[in-house]
Design a protein around this ligand. Sequence first.
Ligand code: IPE
Ligand code: IPE
Ligand code: MG
Length: 239
Amino acid sequence: MSDALAGLHIPEHVGIIMDGNGRWAKKRGLPRTIGHKYGAQNFRKVTRYISKCGVKVLTLYAFSTENWKRPPEEVSALMKLFKQNLIDLVTDFRDDDIKVRFIGDRSAFNKVLIDLINESEEVAKNREGMVLNIAMNYGSRDEILMAVRSLCRDVQQNGLDPESLTEKDIADRLYTAHQPDPDLIIRTGGEFRLSNFLLYQCAYSEFYSTETLWPDFNEEEFNKAVIEYNKRNRRFGGV
Ligand code: IPE
Ligand code: IPE
Ligand code: MG
């Protein structure tokens, strides 16, 4: 961990909306897919650094349920990159003891990718370091819909009383079940929106947006976000 963070409160759960790969490439006169390639490389570096800072859970937004709308060439280049990165992930992060998990609807991917996703989770399942949630074909509304379906089934088939339901019953049916809510959400690329990321979990998260495009996001940028986070007064509705 850098000296810049000495004595600061490190957020337990950080979410990152890794945006701006396309613009990064365009600025350099390159195709958008090259931006994704550099973005993917950066993801490994940044993840390692964040784990060394003492963050317990890191959730990275890699592909949304809406990103299928992109031109087919871009979607297929992204799928290829995911595949390549997952092959490396099987052994990667071992020395850092990072536990890799995937959140989102993996059934939409092809069989090779699904197998790699399962395998990456399997090899990392006994690790005890930072939990890394990679959000792929993730959409918060889709996640909430899945939770609602599961609750309806329990009411219909298992005699669950709707009046007995609590907020925890919903949280326990989300992909992030039993994880702390995010403390800090970072978005690169300068936009101020969540784009369907962790809507239920973000009720009291602190939001930080930086103009820096994802392939340029680095240790110093992460430190800046944590320093800013330390200036926030989190009241959770109290005084
Ligand atoms: C984020 O970068 C990566 C994905 C959504 C897969 P973008 O591809 O959205 O980059 P911009 O926002 O167009 O620059
Ligand atoms: C959000 O970025 C999704 C990911 C970073 C994976 P988008 O580029 O898809 O978001 P919008 O379209 O600007 O809201
Ligand atoms: Mg974008």
